[in-house]
Design a protein around this ligand. Structure first.
Ligand code: SAH
Length: 350
């Protein structure tokens, strides 16, 4: 038996092709797409403006997947951490961060990660597998279901959860296309951010295929010596190459590349680092996200002192850099940056 096609793996043009292959008219794709993404249809029966006959045919060849949270933890600041069981022994996490009614959802792109950044918890799990397009989209849709119950909407998507999104572009690109499709999740491309540790050829591909998405680059070090050590990807794409790729990334209008900088106490948190950071990024339209390191077991790095954070922040602000220092939102439920781990370690697969 041919396995059913999960329609949530298909962009609207791909759905058109799929339906055309079954001899169906083009406009059917728009109808089905809207049912899935705008009306949250979970089965073909719900698609009442489509003939019974077509609904039956579709249900024989296609299905519409869904993720249900296995657990939701709510932090004291309203941050919600979702654990999604993927049905094959794996699980991933996503986080909803409500900031004054502007809901940001941080989603995962892989189970584990192959990039092995020394300070990152996900990196210690190695890569188990890529998420499918449907699994990426379904994290958003499950959370949207909750958000809508309180009459709100999701405003921003950041691909900063588990995994390296640019290491799974074949599934991430269609997922972003569904997110920003006017018949799909209807998110503005200004509100979708892809975060990378710096896979240069894939940055170029992303820029070519989805030129308007926001780019965040996890810089985390200002010398190749340190970056080689804490982020192995730097040995392949050193700072000079990475920053050149940032410069060439096609950002429209006045948009900026976000440089994330995890501050590791006593390692990369001095004013010398701040100075070098400024020099490195000054010819790229930039903003900086300072992320105080979140300590986790089995990792020797320490959080920076508040004085080091303040001095670093002030140095950049005084030189007219837009800087946001991330507070550790969700820290009490391990939903803070770099802290997502689900129940991965309890999984037989690891
Ligand atoms: N792979 C992508 C996205 C996932 S990591 C990337 O590297 O950008 C999201 C952010 O969390 C990155 O900036 C990463 O450097 C940061 N991070 C990882 N572990 C952390 C930790 N323990 N404390 C604070 N930030 C961390």
């Amino acid at each position: 038996m041919i396995p059913k096609t999960d329609l949530k793996n298909l962009t609207q043009p791909a759905l058109e092709k799929f339906l055309q292959g079954q001899g169906k008219e083009r406009f059917r794709a728009t109808q089905v797409f809207k049912w899935i993404y705008q009306h949250d249809a979970g089965c073909f029966e719900e698609m009442t403006n489509i003939s019974k006959e077509l609904r039956r045919e579709l249900s024989e060849t296609a299905c519409i997947s869904k993720l249900e949270p296995e657990a939701v933890e709510v932090g004291s600041d309203g941050t919600r951490k979702y654990l999604f069981n993927l049905g094959d022994g794996h699980a991933v996490e996503s986080v909803l961060i409500p900031i004054e009614g502007r809901n940001t959802v941080c989603i995962s792109s892989q189970v584990g990660c192959a990039m092995a950044c020394e300070f990152c918890l996900t990196g210690t799990f190695k890569l188990a597998r890529n998420l499918t397009t449907a699994e990426i989209i379904n994290q958003i849709m499950a959370i949207r279901h909750d958000v809508r119950e309180s009459g709100e909407e999701i405003r921003n998507i950041v691909m900063m959860g588990m995994g390296e999104p640019l290491h799974n572009l074949d599934n991430v690109i269609p997922a972003i296309q569904i997110m920003i499709d006017g018949n799909g999740l209807q998110l503005s491309n200004r509100r979708v951010t892809v975060s990378t540790c710096g896979l240069v050829p894939e940055m170029e591909r992303l820029g070519r295929e989805i030129p308007n998405v926001n780019l965040a680059v996890s810089l985390n070090a200002t010398t190749d010596k340190l970056r080689d050590q804490i982020m192995p990807v730097n040995r392949r794409y050193p700072l000079k190459v990475l920053l050149q790729a940032c410069k060439e990334f096609p950002l429209p209008g006045r948009r900026k590349v976000t440089f994330e900088y995890v501050m590791l106490g006593g390692v990369n948190d001095t004013l010398e680092d701040a100075k070098r950071l400024l020099r490195l990024i000054s010819d790229i339209p930039n903003k900086v996200n300072l992320i105080p390191f979140n300590e986790h077991e089995g990792c020797d790095f320490k959080a920076p002192t508040q004085a080091a954070i303040d001095a670093f922040h002030t140095y950049l602000i005084d030189r007219h850099v837009t800087v946001i220092t991330r507070d550790s939102r969700g820290g009490d439920i391990s939903a803070a940056c770099g802290q997502l781990k689900g129940k991965l370690e309890k999984n037989a697969c690891f």
